[in-house]
Ligand binder design. Sequence first.
Ligand code: AOF
Ligand code: ZN
Length: 369
Amino acid sequence: MVLRPEDEHFMAAAIRLSRQHLGLTSTNPSVGCLIVKDGVIVGSGVTALGGRPHAEPQALAEAGEGARGATAYVTLEPCSHYGKTPPCAEALIAYGVARVVISVTDPDQRVSGRGINMLREAGIEVETGILETEGRRSLAGYLMRQTRNRPYVTLKLAISADGMIGKTGAGQVRITGDAARAEVQMLRAESDAILVGIGTAISDDPELTCRLPGLEDRTPLRIVIDEQLQLPLGSKLVQTARKYPVVAVAGYPPSFDDANDEALLRRREALDAAGVEVLQSNVNEPGELLEALGTRGISSLLVEGGARTARRFLDAGMVDRILLFQGPAEIGEGGIESPVLKSNIPAEFMHVGQSRFGDDLCDEYERGF
Ligand code: AOF
Ligand code: ZN
């Protein structure tokens, strides 16, 4: 591997660029590409909304003749297949790029090493694995869905100083401040779907939308685990279902209780009529739901609570990342205990960073895959 001092710098910039379209490229990954000539960025591209065009042809078009002899930095191995667009590797060759620096190789079976081979066979110098940890992080949803047919799951919890995530009967309790809340809205914008349990849906009556100015349309698919279909028709979720889709996940109805079945069926019809999609899945096996979501193209899921739902996902080994936001105030009497605290994060998770948002701290933990 022949690295240059500037390689990590430009790859970091390409990764930052790729994040702009996270959650907006559907089943395609959001890839960043920079064309650099004599230390100057002459072209840049990020996978377009909806997934096409890919990043490279856009960056190359901007660079034009400047691409000849230049270095291309790409967060994912350039594709080698004729899919809905021609191969990006071919475009890099045609524009006369001399060197391609890649962070992550593509697990897509149509590509997987072939992109790199095409470039090398054309005499282009190729380096891979640059800032791979960061690159994999930015592509986590895509990589998880490609390799395991399920979304990458982030569990987000806001915890008080005494380790509580809420207060019984108190509805939404303010645990973190405005800066942390804005960060959570950003996380929503970057996710394909967001999920809560029915307990939280009833007690908090959350909207689960992205309300950052200008990013309202980046509200993810909103999912409620609702075994008995108790989601109130007057809830904010149901009331906004026609604007921002909502899925209620019902369990499989017990066949031995006709009266219960009948009532469940009526609630299902009412939700249907209100524009809520009802999906059936074994709610005790989050893996089953995740597979269904993966199949419909969801590659990142944000689990926002409550305690029971978080536990279910953790116990099933279906959490890939934990974000613990810690506020400075105590909740005290009547508090609902957090399913995880800094002191008892499951052993397979590694602490990868801490950020501050106003008076709140956010600790981030990851499990490799
Ligand atoms: C790249 N650059 O910006 C992206 C890539 O259906 P298609 O033809 O668009 O191909 C989808 C595949 O292309 C996807 O699974 C992944 O392998 C690759 N995505 N490749 O060179 C990009 N988004
Ligand atoms: Zn491509």
